[in-house]
Design a protein around this ligand. Structure first.
Ligand code: ATP
Length: 330
């Protein structure tokens, strides 16, 4: 069955006041309406004009009219989301959106509401995210899917509708006669997420009617295991040293070594090695003795090991010179 929208909003206990990230689509329309009714005068909205589609101006007008009717203050932010090569417009829009949220919170620290942003992803979105992660061969961080709450750049983000089915949200809006934007790009079958939604979810519904709950539970198990792995990595990094001593790395089991390296790269160097890069790095670490072996691998920064020590220099432009002339820091 899943949780109803009304029950999900009733169980939600955000710090007040807060801001709803409002696209004008069905889910954020329902969320904004339910929240504005539950906390009158305490809810604001923010809409991002991504500068990606011709219809984006119409979306802004729709959101302005809807918020005016609800007497909810609305901020419209304009960004220019530029998809990188191979990146979908949706991913580019998402990145630009989160950047705009944190910029807004920093530009105007007096605005308390923007410190808490509430997003409208629901149970179907969670399953899509999990299947998307599986389709890419993701590890635990990807399988953990979307958290219901997290903090970044001084902003608290919440997703109170993760237990609510998409069709329930639409039925709730239809019953109340509320209009919302139907974004045509959501149906574009060139994007994997849209194919998952249109082609896989109906098959899952027929084969496993409870799939939203069970898949959601799997994502929660993965999130818990990922938290544990992070804790182990933090402890291992403390005992092995930062940058990690090669001898210390060699003393760890291979999965534990990989876990530590992934954590070190993402937390200290803001980069994620591919599986192939990590295998190569681990191969080189295993082959390393304390006499002159070098490790270097392209991860967006250059790394080398000599006499059992990491040599690192973080200028990506120096990469091409890494093998030719690594700096001698030994
Ligand atoms: N242009 C936007 N401005 C503000 N918030 C947005 C915008 N687009 C998406 N969001 C927020 O991010 C969440 C996830 O985005 P996603 O693209 O999956 O949703 P959507 O299909 O565009 O819209 P909705 O969730 O409102 O139906 C939305 O539920 C909404 O809270």
């Amino acid at each position: 069955m899943g949780t109803t929208l009304v029950d999900a909003v009733r169980a939600f206990a955000p710090p007040l006041p807060f801001t709803v990230a409002f696209s004008g689509g069905a889910d954020s329309t329902a969320l904004l309406l339910a929240c504005a009714e539950r906390w009158p005068g305490q809810v604001q909205a923010v809409h991002i004009h991504h500068g990606l589609q011709a219809a984006a101006d119409d979306f802004v007008h729709h959101c302005e009219a809807f918020c005016a009717g609800l007497q909810v203050p609305l901020q419209v932010l304009r960004v220019h989301a530029q998809p990188a090569p191979g990146e979908s417009p949706e991913d580019a829009a998402r990145k630009a959106r989160y950047k705009a949220f944190s910029a807004l919170a920093q530009v105007d620290p007096a605005q308390v509401a923007i410190k808490t942003i509430v997003l409208a992803q629901h149970a179907d979105d969670q399953v899509e995210t999990l299947l998307l992660a599986l389709s890419r061969g993701a590890g635990l961080p990807g399988l953990a899917s979307m958290p219901a709450h997290w903090e970044r750049g001084g902003i608290r983000f919440y997703r109170p509708l993760l237990g609510v089915r998409a069709d329930h949200i639409r039925a709730w809006l239809d019953q109340r006669g509320v209009a919302y934007i139907v974004d045509p790009t959501n149906a574009d079958q060139r994007f994997t997420r849209n194919r998952i939604r249109a082609q896989l979810l109906p098959v899952l519904e027929a084969a496993f009617p409870q799939f939203r709950e069970t898949f959601g539970r799997s994502a929660a198990h993965a999130a818990q295991a990922q938290t544990l792995l992070r804790e182990v990595a933090v402890q291992d990094l403390q005992s092995v040293g930062c940058p990690p001593a090669i001898a210390g790395l060699q003393a760890l089991s291979l999965p534990r070594q990989a876990n530590l390296l992934r954590h070190w790269f993402s937390s200290v160097h803001q980069t994620t090695p591919s599986t192939a890069q990590l295998h190569e790095l681990q191969r080189q670490i295993a082959a390393c003795t304390t006499r002159g072996q070098k490790i270097h691998i392209k991860l967006g920064a250059g790394f080398a090991v000599r006499r059992g020590q990491w040599l690192d220099w973080y200028n990506p432009k120096a990469l091409d010179t890494v093998s030719a002339a690594p700096p001698d820091l030994s």
